[in-house]
Ligand binder design. Structure first.
Ligand code: C2E
Ligand code: MG
Ligand code: MG
Ligand code: MG
Length: 299
C-alpha cells in the first residue's frame, strides 16, 4: 500500500494516527481548498440567496419562502451548502455569513412587500454557532430596524439537533428572540433523536417535517404514521406544521387531507434566484385545486 497516506488526525488526539486512502486524501485536500476560498467569499460577493416558496395548503397561495444560501466560486463553480456549511460552522465563518444571509433575506422580502407582491414571510436558517455569538439579539434588532421588515414576517429556523447539543441555547435567549416578534421553527423535525421536552420549554411556533419522512408517505405506512403523528403533535401544541420535500401530487394530496398547514418542495418549485422567484409572485402562481388528484392538471 505505497499510496496510502498517513497523518495524524487532529480530532482523535495527538497520538492517534489514521490511514487515509488516496480518495480520502483528495477529500481532505478539497476541504482545505474550500476552507481557504470560504474566507474570501463574503468580500468577493460570491454568495447569493435562492428562495423556495412555501404554500398554504388550504388557499394554495404562496405565503412565504425559505432563503437558501448558494456559493458561486469562480473556479470551484456552484458549491452546494452540503459541501461548505459544515466547514463554515467549524471555522466560525458561519457567524459572519449567517449575518449576511439574514440581512439580505430580510431586505429582499421587504422589497417584494413594498412592490405590492404580498405580505410574505421569509424563513432563514440559523446555525448553532450563531447562537453562541454574543450579539445575536443585537444583530437581529439592527437588521429588523434597518430593513423595516415587520418581525412577524421573519421566521428563524433552528435544527432539532441544537436542542440535544452542548450548545443548547438558553430558554431565555429564545424568549428574547420571540419578544422581538419573530417566529421560531424547528427544521428537519423528527431526525434529531432528541427528547420532545424542549417543545414545551422553548417558545416554538412551527414544526418543519423533514423531507425523509415525506418522501414515502404514499407508499410506506410507517412514514405515513410518523407524518400524521407530527401533524397531530404540532396541532395539539398549537404549533403550525409545514412539510418539506413535497415532490408529487400524491404527497400533496395526502398532506392536504391530513391537515398539514403548509408545504415546500420541488412539486411546486425548487429554490429559485430572486428574479425568478419574483416572477412566481407577479404571476400569482398557486397550487392546483384539490379535486385534480386524478391527473389532468397542468401548468
Ligand atoms: P434545509 O434548511 O432543511 O433546507 C431544505 C433543503 O431541501 C434545501 O437544500 C432544498 O433545496 C431542499 N429541498 C427542498 N424541496 C425539496 C424537494 O422537494 N426534494 C428534495 N430532494 N430536496 C428539496 P439546500 O438548499 O441544498 O440546503 C441544504 C441545507 O443547507 C439546508 O437544509 C440547511 O440546513 C443548510 N443551509 C442552506 N442555507 C443555509 C443558510 O443560509 N444558513 C445555514 N446555517 N444553513 C443553511
Ligand atoms: Mg431550513
Ligand atoms: Mg428546512
Ligand atoms: Mg430541512
Amino acid at each position: 500500500h505505497a499510496d496510502i497516506a498517513m497523518y495524524s488526525a487532529k480530532k482523535l488526539g495527538r497520538n492517534n494516527f489514521q490511514f487515509y486512502t488516496p480518495a480520502m486524501n483528495e477529500e481532505s485536500l478539497e476541504r482545505v481548498r474550500i476552507e481557504s476560498a470560504l474566507r474570501n467569499a463574503l468580500e468577493r460577493n460570491e454568495f447569493v440567496l435562492h428562495y423556495q416558496p412555501q404554500l398554504d395548503l388550504t388557499s394554495g397561495q404562496i405565503v412565504g419562502m425559505e432563503a437558501l444560501l448558494r456559493w458561486q466560486h469562480p473556479e470551484l463553480g456552484m458549491v452546494p451548502p452540503g459541501r461548505f456549511i459544515g466547514i463554515a460552522e467549524e471555522t466560525g465563518l458561519i457567524v459572519q455569513i449567517g449575518a449576511w444571509v439574514l440581512r439580505t433575506a430580510c431586505a429582499q422580502n421587504k422589497a417584494w412587500q413594498d412592490a405590492g407582491l404580498g405580505r410574505l414571510r421569509v424563513a432563514v436558517n440559523l446555525s448553532a454557532r450563531q447562537f453562541g455569538a454574543a450579539d445575536l439579539i443585537a444583530s437581529l434588532e439592527s437588521v429588523l430596524a434597518d430593513t423595516r421588515l415587520d418581525p412577524e414576517c421573519l421566521e428563524i429556523e433552528l435544527t432539532e439537533s441544537l436542542f440535544m447539543s452542548d450548545v443548547t441555547p438558553a430558554v431565555d435567549l429564545l424568549h428574547r428572540m420571540k419578544s422581538l416578534g419573530v417566529n421560531l421553527s424547528i427544521d428537519d423535525f423528527g431526525t434529531g433523536y432528541s427528547s420532545l421536552s424542549y417543545l414545551s420549554r422553548f417558545p416554538i411556533d412551527v414544526l418543519k417535517i423533514d423531507r425523509s419522512f415525506v418522501a414515502d408517505i404514499t407508499h410506506d405506512a410507517n412514514d405515513a404514521a410518523i407524518v400524521t403523528s407530527i401533524i397531530a403533535l404540532a396541532h395539539n401544541l398549537k404549533l403550525a406544521v409545514i412539510a418539506e420535500g413535497v415532490e408529487t401530487l400524491e404527497q400533496l394530496d395526502y398532506l392536504r387531507s391530513h391537515g398539514c398547514d403548509e408545504m415546500q418542495g420541488y412539486y411546486f418549485s425548487k429554490p429559485l434566484p430572486a428574479a425568478e422567484f419574483e416572477q412566481l409572485l407577479v404571476q400569482r402562481r398557486a397550487l392546483p385545486p384539490r379535486q385534480v388528484a386524478d391527473g389532468g392538471a397542468s401548468g
